[in-house]
Design a protein around this ligand. Structure first.
Ligand code: GLA
Length: 386
């Protein structure tokens, strides 16, 4: 929860509307390992973070709903009984998508007034969209007494993304944002949509996120194309999902598919195994093994799955050169956004300075460095914290 954001949305809500709102905080997420495995029914290892979206929301007596995006200073007014996806709607599509998907479940959603603000850098691969969807689904569920479970809510958020933002995403982002646990990462089984929490202690090391500030656009066909490849290959194997495939299975159909598709499916099989190895290494406190798995993951994402870019590869290469960094990889959907790095605590500042300087010298603009805390998932902000 971020008190400053909560204060800001409360203040702004007071200026725009006169009712007393419900306040929801919904976090973004990181992912330790297990990228592009979620829509293959596989495993991922995400955690909610201390950056997110604060939403102030209350029922409206008028026949329009208002949503004010405080950071952008943009207001959007609509009638909940007349919703359809907007062309180039940006953040608006996530909000109306949630409302529409709730209506698809037969839920009655009256009009409402709302203000939201966030501090998750956009396009950084830290799931600002899932945080936004979850804040609205959680707020509306409470406001209109919809009686949905958290599991039902994240499916609503995911469908909003599929049908209104056009990204056929998996469930990892919405799950991590909703179910996050303080100081823990979640070993998530994306088939059962259940997770095992792991208390995270990297000993002398800590996580560093480095944002390449290259903006990805997941809805650009690349993400959906990857998903299609995976589905096509698992169909050829007569399996429900690539989670059930082994390298031996894949080799049996090697001549029936293109080399590119083979490499992509192989990446998913390997990455899924890496998540399991990662959780074993955490149990054994084998920090070096964690670092190696991060590098292997990046190699697969870059050369086999082809979702990296030169800026991300550059950042990972700089990490590899530095003995105080145990591992690094791109994080999230790819084509830009952040790398996640496991860096020696004492050397954090030095590496930050060094990598920032080299990045600027090469690309002639700045990367951004963040450290994050693993935090609690979507929540109603208690009155006393308001
Ligand atoms: C995006 C999607 C997720 C997941 C990741 C890649 O963040 O929203 O569902 O597929 O990319 O791991």
């Amino acid at each position: 929860m971020n008190k400053k954001l909560v204060k800001e949305v409360k203040q702004s809500f007071k200026e725009h509307f006169r009712t007393k709102p419900l306040i929801v905080f919904s976090p973004g997420r990181i992912n330790l390992i297990g990228e592009h495995t979620d829509y293959n029914d596989g495993f991922a290892f995400p955690a909610a973070i201390n950056k997110g979206i604060a939403l102030a929301i209350s029922k409206s007596t008028s026949n329009v709903s208002s949503v004010y995006a405080l950071n952008k200073e943009e207001i959007y007014a609509f009638d909940t009984s007349k919703i359809k996806p907007l062309v180039d709607g940006g953040w608006r599509n996530y909000v109306i998508g949630v409302v529409a998907e709730l209506q698809m479940l037969g839920k009655q959603i009256g009009n409402f007034d709302s203000v939201f603000a966030g501090n998750i850098p956009g396009g950084a691969g830290m799931s600002s969209s899932a945080a936004l969807e979850n804040s609205f689904v959680y707020g509306l569920n409470d406001l209109f007494d919809l009686g949905l479970t958290k599991h039902q809510m994240i499916l609503v958020s995911q469908k909003a993304e599929h049908n209104f933002a056009g990204v056929k995403c998996g469930i990892m982002d919405q799950y991590a944002s909703m179910f996050g646990i303080k100081k823990s990462a979640l070993l998530l089984d994306c088939r059962t949509v259940e997770s095992e929490p792991f208390k995270i202690d990297f000993k002398d090391y800590k996580l560093m996120l480095i944002n390449s500030n290259v903006k990805h656009d997941l809805s650009e066909s690349a993400y959906n194309d990857r998903r299609k490849v995976c589905e096509r290959v698992s169909e050829l194997l007569h399996l429900d999902a690539l989670r059930d495939a082994s390298k031996e299975d894949l080799d049996r159909i090697k001549t029936d598919i293109s080399e590119e598709d083979y490499q992509k499916a192989l990446y998913v099989i390997n990455e899924n195994n890496r998540v399991k190895q990662f959780s074993e290494a955490i149990k054994k406190d084998d920090i070096e093994a964690l670092g190696n798995l991060l590098y292997q993951s990046h190699e697969g994402l870059s050369t086999n799955y082809k979702v990296s870019c030169k800026e991300l590869d550059f950042l990972v290469d700089r990490a590899k050169e530095n003995t105080n960094v145990l591992g690094a990889r791109m994080m999230g959907g790819g084509f830009g956004g952040c790398t996640i790095n496991l860096v020696k605590k004492d050397e954090f500042k030095k590496f930050k300075k060094e990598v920032s300087k080299r990045f600027r010298a090469t690309f002639e603009y700045d990367c951004s460095v963040y450290s994050v805390k693993l935090s609690r998932g979507t929540q109603i902000v208690k009155k006393e914290n308001n």
